[in-house]
Design a protein around this ligand. Structure first.
Ligand SMILES: Nc1ncnc2c1ncn2[C@@H]1O[C@H](COP(=O)(O)OP(=O)(O)OP(=O)(O)O)[C@@H](O)[C@H]1O
Ligand SMILES: Nc1ncnc2c1ncn2[C@@H]1O[C@H](COP(=O)(O)OP(=O)(O)OP(=O)(O)O)[C@@H](O)[C@H]1O
Length: 551
């Protein structure tokens, strides 16, 4: 269905080609998972399938890519639209209409699908993706996850034979991600649709993959059955990492297989207390932010209802909850620039005269009190080069004695980005790393991060944990709104869960997430009832006790 014949892609301002002499065949009805580190070229590979690369991105493509027999060099994306449906990383980028219903119908209108069929497919898709209640809503008013569902739905309605999905679950809550992937798998099995899917949260997708295409980073592509590729790949989901360190063969790809393989290990480790993931926090942490009665409404409809929250220095809090439960609205209300119908926010140690409400000070001052990295980080990038952005961030934060230079922060998250690159040409993960570096350089006491792990590989997430740990160790408080349960298991001291605008759970990470079938990380699921959250915990126990299951 898709073939790459000696394909090399070279962008203008880079020394090495992103893809080099790639040969690849994807059969009809295969679901292929594309994996690799941040910025390695996954989007480039996907873009070559529908001709976005090089027709729209610039750069040069050598060799030949064909889709359903059509050469993408001779057919621009418009002429491939009847065969290939593409969902990009940023849903807002791809929207062409104003409302949910219009967007779902648009691709079909372009393909002149009969009105009766169109109507039927729109209804089916609204149900399939849980969008029925939102059908008349304006696209720009939706939450990030709601937008991502519309973007996926708008491609499914056209019934393409090839689906290209670039991080399709990055903004989805765990349940929605499962539903969307189940729907995609159904298309593969029932209709023989061919799917090429790039994803960093491998734990969500490996079990559905027929084949894995791994980009190791030198322009080559390694492709094969998942169990084979993951045996040696530089990245793998936690369930595979567990299998690797416990010496299970064949390597498990699903929780069910891993649980079976882990049975002897669970018996042997019964009674062994794993080391804590995070060191316990001192009880006397100063309160840095105090919010009471926070209420946010949009056109009279409540999104956040009378939320009370205290954030203490040294603490990393994960904010979790379904798509549309009010997480982003709460963060923006705390930061001061978002709407707030009622309630109070005070930032600063104790409730004394030194505390400030970020909404009642200038925007620059509010940024120093509370830093917020938004869900669409590109909103904050407007200069011509990476260097200009970094220099600007350093000059704005020069007043902070304890600030780390933005370049240092960037190199920790995404090494090797040249000064001269235009921010527009960065990969999504690289853009996010740049915005994180810029915001963290200002070193505010309260740091809010809205879904900061999109586009980040496991290594970069590890670096991000190192950076937020550093902020907490300096006495700051960090809130991370995220759907990434594996990240939460490793990074957070405390988890706050929202549902329909209310806080419905608030407590230490272990207590909140292990008890929840939705939020439990893979390690917890495989080793339950043993109290493990991360692969590293098991590794250190095995180091101490030996790996021989019969010992
Ligand atoms: N239009 C462009 N011009 C110049 N360089 C580009 C362009 N698009 C991408 N690049 C560079 O090519 C490399 C690969 O980018 P690509 O977006 O394919 O990576 P990716 O693996 O999808 O990353 P992520 O995981 O962050 O989505 C990156 O280093 C990026 O900076
Ligand atoms: N500008 C707006 N106008 C109208 N409704 C809005 C607006 N912004 C958000 N909403 C609605 O408010 C609710 C809460 O949205 P919010 O973005 O806070 O959710 P979230 O928990 O961050 O979701 P996600 O996990 O999908 O990012 C959603 O139902 C959303 O559709």
């Amino acid at each position: 269905m898709i073939t790459f014949d000696q394909v090399t892609v070279q962008y203008e301002d880079t020394a090495e080609p992103v893809l080099r002499d790639v040969n690849l065949t994807v059969e009809e009805g295969e679901l292929c998972l594309v994996v690799g580190h941040t910025g390695v070229g996954k989007s480039t590979l996907l873009g070559a399938v529908n001709g976005l690369v090089p027709h729209f991105t610039g750069g040069t493509l050598y060799g030949r890519v064909t889709v359903d027999g059509r050469d993408t060099a001779e057919h621009p994306p418009r002429e491939l639209a009847d065969v290939v449906g593409v969902v990009g990383q940023d849903p807002l980028d791809g929207f062409v209409t104003d409302t949910v219903e219009e967007e779902l119908a648009y691709a079909m209108e372009q393909l002149a699908v009969a009105p009766a069929t169109m109507r039927k497919r729109v209804e089916e898709t609204l149900d399939l993706l849980g969008l029925a209640d939102l059908r008349h809503r304006a696209l720009h008013e939706l939450s990030g996850g709601q937008q991502q569902r519309v973007a996926i739905g708008s491609v499914l309605t056209a019934h393409p034979r090839v689906l290209v999905l670039d991080e399709p679950t990055s903004a989805l809550d765990p349940t929605a991600a499962e539903e969307v992937l189940a729907a995609v798998t159904r298309l593969v099995h029932d209709l023989g649709v061919t799917v090429l899917l790039a994803e960093h949260r491998l734990e969500r997708v490996v079990q559905y993959a027929d084949r894995v295409i791994h980009l190791p980073g030198d322009g080559r592509v390694v492709s094969g059955p998942p169990a084979e590729v993951f045996r040696t790949s530089s990245i793998a989901p936690p369930v595979v990492d567990l299998g690797r360190i416990a010496g299970w063969s064949p390597l498990p790809l699903s929780i069910r297989d891993a649980r079976r393989a882990a049975a002897p290990l669970r018996t042997r480790l019964d009674g062994v207390v794993p080391p804590p993931v995070r060191t316990a926090l001192p009880a006397d942490r100063p309160r840095l932010l105090s919010a009471r009665g926070i209420t946010v409404t949009y056109q009279g409809v409540p999104a956040v209802r009378e939320v009370a929250l205290d954030l203490r220095g040294g603490e990393i809090t994960a904010l979790m909850g379904r798509n549309g439960s009010g997480k982003s609205s709460l963060l923006w209300a705390l930061q001061g620039s978002g709407p707030r119908k009622a309630g109070s926010v005070s930032v600063g140690e104790s409730d004394g005269p030194g505390t400030r409400d970020p909404r009642k000070v200038s925007a620059t001052e509010a940024r120093r009190l509370v830093g917020l990295v938004p869900q669409t980080p590109t909103d904050l990038l407007y200069l011509e080069s990476v260097k200009q952005e970094l220099d600007q961030a350093d000059s704005e934060s020069a007043v902070q004695a304890d600030g780390i230079p933005a370049r240092t922060l960037l190199d920790r998250l995404a090494p090797g980005i040249p000064d001269t690159t235009h921010p527009r040409d960065l990969s999504e993960g690289q853009k996010l790393a740049l915005v994180l570096a810029i915001q963290l350089a200002a070193a505010p006491r309260v740091v809010l991060l809205d879904e900061p792990t999109r586009g980040l590989d496991y290594r970069a997430k590890g670096e991000l944990i190192g950076i937020v740990d550093g902020l907490a160790a300096e006495g700051r408080t960090v809130v991370i709104s995220t759907h990434d349960v594996e990240f939460v298991a490793r990074a957070a001291d405390r988890v706050v869960v929202m549902a329909e605008g209310d806080v419905v759970a608030d407590g230490p990470t272990t207590e909140v997430i292990v008890a929840s079938p939705v939020f439990a990380p893979q390690t917890a699921k495989v080793l339950a009832p043993l109290p493990y959250l991360t692969v590293d915990q098991l590794a250190s126990v095995l180091d101490a006790h030996g790996t021989d299951p019969s010992a």
